[in-house]
Design a protein. Structure first.
Length: 255
């Protein structure tokens, strides 16, 4: 943990940070690129490009705060319904991100993994992303999960079908939640502690439906390209004020 970095943000924002209570896993719905661009009289592609730069800043903030896993909703299964020009821009940005950020991510020990229907992505993007995953596979710092061509319901259905194919009917009946979690894209990872959604929308949008069962939610009106290290710090500090009981009650509580 970069305590000098933390102290600087504490002083700048007037918020105290609990270094012993950092979320292991943060999930983010990166929303608002289009509105950000429209407010500036720019095309949507400019908003998406600014959103990529915002992601780089949050990856760096996670590293310095000792967040171990960051999962971002980059492209949903429903996003294919957007205008073709916008989809093409998003796919091009994926390739650029994979190529241009590879060295920095590897040098900073950031391991990249794709969540979603990887085979359903265009060949060019699959090749670029595969190179990125291969180049960072040995990294043991932050794990960056890019949810691409991802849908939460589709993930659960795929996991159920795979479990049914692997198990006898008797084994399927004995399957636990932990067993089932091993069939999800996030197998081997802790569930998210904190979900952040930007741009004022208050919904999950088919994101990590199984994994977010006990996450703390943080919604902000800030548009994603403007969501910087200070906004992320505020979100983590808000999380640190929550009492996470996982269905139980606090000792001594009469509620």
């Amino acid at each position: 943990m970069d305590m000098q970095y933390i102290a600087g943000l504490e002083e700048r924002l007037g918020i105290g940070f609990d270094a012993a209570n950092v979320p292991q896993h943060v999930a983010i719905v990166m929303d608002g690129n289009g509105r950000w661009a429209k407010q500036r009289g720019l095309g949507r592609s400019a908003g998406h490009r600014a959103g990529v730069e915002a992601l780089e800043g949050i990856v760096e903030a996670c590293r310095k705060m000792d967040v171990r896993y960051l999962t971002v909703y980059a492209f949903s299964t429903e996003n294919w319904r957007r205008p073709l020009a916008e989809v093409n821009t998003l796919m091009s940005l994926l390739s650029e991100f994979a190529a241009n950020k590879l060295t920095r991510l590897r040098d900073n020990q950031v391991r990249v993994q794709i969540l979603g229907d990887f085979d359903g992505l265009p060949l060019l993007q699959r090749a670029a992303l595969q190179r990125l995953m291969d180049a960072t596979d040995h990294c043991r710092g932050l794990q960056l999960n890019l949810a691409l061509n991802y849908g939460g319901r589709a993930e659960i259905l795929r996991a159920l079908k795979q479990a049914a194919a692997d198990m006898t009917p008797e084994e399927l009946q004995r399957m636990t939640e932990e067993d089932f979690g091993g069939y999800l894209h996030t197998a081997g990872q802790p569930d998210p502690d904190l979900l952040i959604r930007t741009s004022g929308e208050i919904r999950l949008s088919n994101f990590l439906l199984w994994q977010l069962a006990y996450a703390e939610f943080y919604f902000t009106d800030v548009l994603w390209p403007d969501f910087d290290e200070a906004e992320f710090f505020r979100a983590v500090c808000s999380y640190q004020q929550r009492s996470r009981r996982f269905g139980a009650v606090e000792p001594g509580s009469t509620d």
